[in-house]
Design a protein around this ligand. Structure first.
Ligand code: ME8
Length: 512
């Protein structure tokens, strides 16, 4: 059976500095979705990358006495290293400085220009260099600064190319209004509808004041506006220019996951570009919230950034992934707090999950020499834990399909707590002392091992390394290229006679 394709993207990150935990948040959510989709039998293409052009990068490189490409090469290596350590399962990494991307951007520009939707004119406007964004007078904040980053804007005047966004405004508005699933959550959708209703001006899509960018085809003193260049990255690796079949398979993208401040670019500007190209719009743009520290956005200029690499060194990638996915409700802002992180590690990972695994394997080893036995004559309690396992997998699927990721995490941990309670209720150490209870003991130990097998599959999108470790200790093949979500939907896959391994600690407790 051919697998349904699923194309998911993160934004491509600016290599203007090292990435912080806020960037890692975005990529971790995308990774959880990508892994879940693979588990449920999709052919996933998961893209992330780096957005390397623009005046800001050029200026930073100059200030450091290196060329832009020398500057970005080093930073992009650090992105890749972070994603490797965080176990991000991206299928490709697009760099906008790559020739494959230049070709696509120039072709997109050329096609729109040939249609008459890109024209030459004179631009006078207010530009925020750090955000690479043009603003109109009315959009500025109360101090006359950039409404996003609140830094001063510059008045620029130059010959430039314009993209006829105004021509597509109504069509994009209609698309947003008529397709509620196109832009989520709902709050973002209302913002964009209001934004378009205020009127869209044509967009300036070229600059002449610097040259670190992709040249306008046939007029090389202009470079293409960095957002026009960046958004087009989503078309580059799926065969837009060179593989029509592959392009048809993966486009329209199933999900562009982006931070809330760039929803405007991904729905309105990108929507207009795609319409001008005569290409379908992505199926969904999801605008997530920000990771904040004491209520303010984490940013380099505020000096409040948290380095994900150091957190991984200290607590492990899975602990960080768990915290981000569990603590922050997708679509809302969430607070990053070290004490809260440590509490989650201790309570949920070391205690609830770690103890369940440890106690289960310990008892199977101690009472049954590490072997699972045939079950028979189940009690109501035994039946209820089995029913709850199956119900958990079912509800989990519904939540994940609905992007309710933190709810899905909580649901699995509710089942983990239920399993721990089952141990307390059945008291296997007492059953082991009573020879008339041999079957009851076999039933409890089997149910626990089987529940852990299911838990391991359900947590793989969140904490992949922990999932593999649990299966390894249960001595079950832990190759997630083969394991499917359906393996978690059926209780009773483990065979009597199966031998489990010795327990090993999953998460050490952290002293506060
Ligand atoms: O915007 N919390 O790049 P970028 C949550 N190059 N998310 C955060 C965050 C925080 N504290 N800080 C940043 C760009 N992000 C463009 C994208 S796509 C064609 C071009 C998220 O490196 C932010 O919301 O500034 C955004 O989605 C992503 O990191 C990249 O930000």
């Amino acid at each position: 059976m051919s697998k349904a394709p699923f194309y998911i993207t993160t934004p491509i990150y600016y290599p203007s500095a090292k990435l912080h935990i806020g960037h890692a948040y975005c990529t971790t959510i995308a990774d959880a979705v990508a892994r879940y989709k693979r588990l449920t039998g999709h052919e996933v293409f998961f893209l992330t990358g780096s957005d390397e052009h623009g005046q800001k990068i050029q200026r930073t490189a100059e200030a450091q006495g290196v060329t832009p490409i020398e500057y970005v090469d080093k930073i992009v290596d650090s992105f890749k290293e972070l994603w490797r350590r965080l176990e991000i399962s991206n299928d490709d990494f697009i760099r906008t400085s790559e020739p494959r991307h230049h070709e696509v951007v120039q072709e997109v520009f050329r096609r729109i220009q040939q249609n008459g939707d890109i024209y030459k004119g004179e631009y006078t406007g207010l530009y925020c260099t750090p955000c690479e964004s043009y603003w109109t007078e009315i959009q500025l904040d109360e101090n006359g600064c950039c409404p996003d980053c609140h830094r001063p804007v510059e008045k620029v005047s130059e010959e430039a190319y314009f993209f006829k966004m105004s021509k597509y405004a109504d069509a994009v508005l209609k698309h947003i209004e008529e397709n509620p699933e196109f832009l989520e959550p709902k709050s973002r959708r209302n913002e964009m509808i209001n934004f378009i209703k205020q009127g869209l001006e044509d967009l300036c899509v070229s600059r002449t004041s610097f040259d670190w960018g992709i040249p306008v085809p046939g007029d090389e003193k202009h470079v293409i506006y960095v957002w026009f260049d960046a958004l087009t990255n989503y078309l580059t690796p799926i065969g837009f220019l060179d593989d029509a079949e592959r392009f048809k398979k993966f486009w329209p993208a199933d999900l562009h996951l982006v931070g809330k401040e760039i929803v405007r670019f991904h729905t309105i500007i990108w929507g207009c570009i795609l319409m001008a190209l005569g290409i379908e719009l992505p199926k969904k743009v999801y605008g997530h919230g920000w990771l904040v520290i004491n209520g303010g956005k984490m940013s380099k200029s505020k000096g409040n950034v948290v380095d994900p690499m150091l957190l991984i060194d200290e607590f492990s990638a899975d602990a960080i992934r768990y915290f981000l996915l569990r603590e922050i409700v997708l679509g809302q802002d969430g607070n990053f707090n070290r004490d809260a992180l440590i509490q989650r590690i201790n309570a949920d990972l070391a205690n609830d999950l770690g103890n369940l695994l440890h106690r289960t394997l310990n008892m199977i080893n101690k009472f049954h020499g590490g072997e699972l036995r045939e079950t028979a004559g189940l009690t109501e309690l035994d039946e209820s834990i089995r029913a709850e396992a199956v119900a958990t997998a079912k509800e989990y699927r519904a939540l994940m399909d609905d992007m309710k990721i933190s709810d899905a995490v909580k649901l699995v941990w509710k089942f983990i707590s239920r399993c721990n309670k089952y141990i307390d209720e059945t008291a296997p150490w007492k059953l082991a002392k009573d020879s008339t209870q041999a079957q009851a003991l076999a039933n409890v130990l089997y149910n626990l091992a089987e529940s852990l097998r299911i838990i391991a599959i359900l947590i793989e999108p969140f904490t992949p390394s922990t999932a593999r470790k649990i299966l390894e200790q249960l001595q079950i093949d832990n190759n997630f290229d083969i394991i499917q979500f359906t393996d978690a939907e059926i209780f009773g896959r483990l065979e009597a006679g199966h031998r489990v391994g010795k327990p090993q600690q999953l998460f050490p407790r952290i002293e506060l």
